[in-house]
Design a protein around this ligand. Structure first.
Ligand SMILES: Cc1cc2nc3c(=O)[nH]c(=O)nc-3n(C[C@H](O)[C@H](O)[C@H](O)COP(=O)(O)OP(=O)(O)OC[C@H]3O[C@@H](n4cnc5c(N)ncnc54)[C@H](O)[C@@H]3O)c2cc1C
Length: 394
């Protein structure tokens, strides 16, 4: 049988794209390597799927071309996806910072996507999802795409690459999308782990002693800063602010942490005036956990009572607490990365349709493309928006 489109990958983007095209009367085949569709959706958001972020906009994404995501994000918005979720009476809540989660289970999102695919039938289209597929060959001949999977040859007018990125290989994630893109002559921006814990070595290993301690900090890399919690781990740094900044951090660079982002300038001099008999450690314990206050004050080597400390030393300690520089020796890699930054170069794709400019009827959507969202529902919103754009062009 020949299809209008073959979509490779039944993840967030692949399923949503299939549903859109199917509901526009297209005959669609989705080929998935895993035994079941939507596996990453099921584990997302701790099993509750942070399915979108109500404030999602182009500024929340990284890409070699920061303008690329604008069109798709504006044509299919977080509100549009929320309307769909509500039409299925899936109860949801905003956890924090515009992050929308299912009250019950991520399974509801997968079920919704599959039901959306089934609706193709009433529109005169069809969506067939085949799992456990081993795709061995993809070629383009005479205006159609031929895909050999489990030894069967499938043909279609269009082909959509929706196989995601290589983060969490334990779940079967691969760089298949990049191999395929390169096969068709499309450039790929070097993929790298993003939203990933950072590891500490050298002098910083001392901080591993306070594994389990968290603090509300501002983490900064270059000009980018995130104000959220950070967590010390037995390997280094994690927690939302670190995951966010990891997407911007490059090997060899520092990450600066402001441990007291709400404190005004000269607060330590004020503390000296108001509590001259106090130690720095005691003052820090008022704002930070005991173990963190202890290690920071030890490293600052300011053991005297504040009243006896020179103003110059207090200013230096304050400056250090506001900009504590860690030099991570790496990250926990694709094994722990929530997403992959980089991917199919956006210069190769139409921002309106996701179609490859020099390969007609070949599309790239979702995480496979060089558009990476912040932590907090942004990556799914990109999956929905890019899938919608392609689904309406197929
Ligand atoms: C632990 C975890 C939690 C996350 N939580 C959130 C969250 O709460 N909110 C958020 O916005 N984002 C979250 N993300 C990121 C989000 O899951 C992804 O950005 C999103 O799933 C990307 O959608 P996609 O369809 O492009 O890729 P995927 O959802 O990864 O789908 C790709 C599909 O292609 C299949 N595939 C791969 N190779 C082949 C092949 N060779 N042949 C056939 N099929 C293949 C895969 O099995 C997979 O089903 C999380 C990620 C992880 C790892």
């Amino acid at each position: 049988m020949t299809y209008d489109a073959i979509i490779l990958g039944a993840g967030a983007a692949g399923l949503f794209c299939a549903a859109q095209a199917g509901q526009r009367s297209k005959r669609v085949l989705v080929l998935e390597r895993a035994p079941t569709p939507g596996k990453k959706i099921l584990i997302s958001g701790g099993g509750r799927c942070n399915f979108t972020n109500i404030g999602a906009g182009p500024a929340n994404y990284l890409s070699a071309n920061p303008h690329f995501a604008k069109s798709a994000l504006s044509r299919y918005t977080a509100r549009d996806f929320l309307d769909l979720v509500e039409s299925y009476e899936i109860a949801w809540h905003e956890k924090t910072l515009g992050q929308l989660f299912c009250d019950q289970s991520a399974r509801q999102i997968v079920a919704m996507l599959l039901e959306e695919c089934d609706k193709a039938g009433t529109a005169g289209g069809s969506v067939e999802v085949l799992c456990d597929q081993d795709i061995t060959e993809v070629e383009q001949t005479g205006g159609s795409y031929l895909v050999t999977s489990n030894g069967t040859l499938h043909g279609a007018h269009s082909l959509v690459i929706a196989t995601g990125g290589p983060s969490i290989p334990k779940m079967g994630a691969t760089g298949f999308a990049y191999d395929l893109a390169r096969q068709f002559g499309l450039k790929v921006i070097e993929p790298r782990p993003a939203l990933v814990p950072l590891t500490l070595g050298g002098e910083d290993v001392l901080f591993r002693d306070i594994s389990g301690v968290s603090a509300d900090v501002e983490a900064k890399s270059g000009k980018t800063a995130f104000r959220e919690s950070a967590l010390f781990t037995h390997r280094g740094l994690s927690g939302p602010s670190i995951l966010q900044i990891s997407s911007y951090w490059r090997n060899g660079e520092t990450v600066a942490i402001n441990f007291l982002p709400d404190h005004p300038q000269e607060w330590l001099l004020d503390a000296k005036r108001d509590h001259p008999r106090s130690s720095l450690k005691a003052i820090l314990k008022e704002h930070l956990s005991d173990r963190l206050a202890t290690i920071l004050s030890e490293k600052l080597s300011l053991q005297t009572e504040l009243g006896n400390a020179p103003d110059k030393s207090l200013r230096a300690a304050e400056a250090k607490l506001a900009r504590w520089e860690f030099t991570p020796n790496g990250s926990e890699g694709f094994a722990k990365a929530e997403v992959t930054a980089g991917g199919i170069d956006t210069q190769e794709l139409s921002s309106k349709t996701m179609e490859a400019k020099k390969v007609p009827s070949l599309y790239g959507i979702g995480e496979a493309v060089d558009v990476t969202g912040w932590l907090g529902g942004y990556n799914f919103q990109w999956a929905w928006a890019s899938a919608w754009a392609a689904g309406h062009a197929l």
